[in-house]
Design a protein around this ligand. Structure first.
Ligand code: PMP
Length: 480
């Protein structure tokens, strides 16, 4: 028998003897079907992005099934997935179309080595991605998660210049407050202390320039004006270091893990022109913001630009399976295309590169974009997101509500006038997380920022529900 923290012996006996598919009625008989799974989990699993000691008091939720925007635990309690399960889910859990595509693929081919071999789903997916993405991105290099895509883009950029004989170009420029993943290269070009600081001694040196993060603009200053002003730092850094710099890497429009801070598309237009002028690559990490999240299919499109490398993952498979891709152009591709003995090839590889099931899920996801008016529907949903929380603009503990399409963030502060933040040790966001779970919603504030990033199949009523729960949570978490 498993030892279950906080449960009495009699309860444990009943629980373990119970069949796996107890009806909802058992909740009313006080049988907690979550607890056994939780105990077994905590005995064996080390979860990501978690101080495991928190789970002495914070419930860990075992999810039994999920449909659409709803997650359901083993007790039959439902949770509205307000953050698309870490920003990956686009068209709901257990989406019939994606399910069917994966099943079809499974009958044919689950996986095959992607070096020397290929498959129809990978080829179709690459063709589809090239059609959809900004002009000039004609080549797809697959990997299997977002961080790996960032590593690929960094290595490819560096290697490109090396193949051209420009061996000095080995540095990267990044924005303050940026986040690009957790592997050592991706972490090095990130700037969120919480994840980076400990590993500082292991990380390559990068050039970090101030962010265009518009939360920091002067009162009355427009997003565009502030973004242009902040661009001066980037221009100066490029001018001083271009000979040593391979690429600038940015998260277009939203610095998601960096407290959902946002900036104006005009920054990207300026950056594209400057990168061209200084002969430096532009890497757009759209792992979080790609596939309609900010209103356009890709955030770069709002600035009318094409990056040299476009990193995509998360929503690529509709939130089903790990897959990422780095897209680049012919010029890059040709710089590696040579006789083998020249040793110019890009030899980066992952065992699961181009996994056929993941490619099938991604294709089905892109077909939904092709067949349904997703972006138009998102515009209406984004408007509903805005109106659902508009009442919070005057809240004494809300400094700003900001939004790019289907991403909306509410910045909580101790003092609205001075914008003095809450001390991070108070963990105000965690109180909102707890409250939301009690009310049947998954909201996972980043520090003192509550945000909504729901699947695109959320209904207007569900948006209102999420907003009501967030509002109550904000009241409770900020009242002292
Ligand atoms: N880049 C950005 C902008 C991200 O938001 C993330 C993940 N949150 C990553 C890279 C890393 O992706 P993954 O978690 O799949 O490694």
């Amino acid at each position: 028998m498993q030892q279950v923290a906080g449960a009495d012996h009699a309860t444990i006996v009943v629980r373990i003897g119970a069949p796996a598919t107890l009806p909802m009625a058992d909740l009313r008989n006080n049988i907690d079907l979550n607890a056994d799974w939780t105990a077994r989990d905590l005995a064996r699993i080390w979860h990501p992005c978690t101080q495991m000691k928190d789970h002495e008091t914070l419930p860990l939720l075992p999810i039994k099934r999920a449909r659409g925007v709803w997650l359901e635990d083993f007790n039959g309690k439902r949770y509205l997935d307000g953050i698309s399960s870490w920003w990956v889910n686009l068209f709901g859990h257990s989406n019939p179309r994606i399910n069917a595509a994966i099943c079809r693929q499974l009958e044919e081919l689950e996986h095959v080595i992607f070096a020397g071999f290929t498959h129809a789903s990978g080829i179709r997916l690459a063709e589809h991605l090239v059609e959809l993405s900004p002009p000039g991105l004609t080549r797809c290099f697959f990997a299997d998660n977002g961080s790996a895509a960032v590593e690929v883009a960094l290595k490819m950029s560096f290697h490109y210049w090396r193949n051209l004989g420009k061996t000095r170009k080995s540095k990267f420029i990044t924005l303050a407050n940026s986040y690009h993943g957790e592997t050592l290269g991706a972490l090095a070009v990130g700037d969120v202390d919480l994840y980076r600081a400990t590993y500082g001694p292991l990380l390559m040196d990068v050039l970090t320039v101030p962010s265009p993060d518009c939360y920091l603009r002067e009162p009355g200053e427009t997003w565009a004006a502030y973004s242009a002003r902040q661009f001066e730092h980037m221009e100066a850094t490029l001018a001083a270091h271009a000979d040593d710099v391979a690429a600038v890497i940015v998260e277009p429009l939203v610095q998601c893990a960096g407290n959902m801070r946002m900036y104006d598309p005009s920054y990207l237009t300026l950056l594209r022109a400057a990168c061209d002028r200084h002969d430096v690559h532009l890497i757009a990490d759209e792992i979080a913001v790609g596939f309609g999240r900010t209103g356009t299919m890709f955030a770069c499109q709002q600035a009318g630009i094409s990056p040299d490398f476009l990193c995509l993952s998360k929503g690529l498979t509709g939130g089903y399976l790990p897959l990422s891709v780095v897209m680049t152009g012919e010029k890059t591709y040709q710089a590696f295309y040579d006789d083998y003995t020249k040793l110019n090839a890009f030899l980066h590889s992952h065992s699961y590169t181009g996994n056929a099931l993941a490619c099938a899920a991604a294709l089905a996801t892109l077909e939904i974009f092709r067949d349904e008016p997703v972006l138009a529907r998102n515009r209406e949903l984004a408007q509903r997101l805005a109106t659902s929380v508009a009442h919070l603009a005057d809240h004494p503990r809300v400094a700003e509500i900001r939004q790019h399409g289907m991403t909306l963030a509410i910045e909580l502060v101790r003092n609205k006038a001075t914008r003095e933040p809450f001390d991070w040790r108070e963990r105000r966001g965690l109180r909102i997380y707890r409250h939301a779970l009690e009310c049947g919603a998954l909201l996972r504030p980043i520090g003192n920022v509550v945000y909504f990033m729901p699947p695109y199949v959320i209904t207007p009523d569900e948006i209102d529900l999420l907003a009501r729960i967030a509002t109550q949570g904000i009241e409770l978490a900020t009242c002292d």
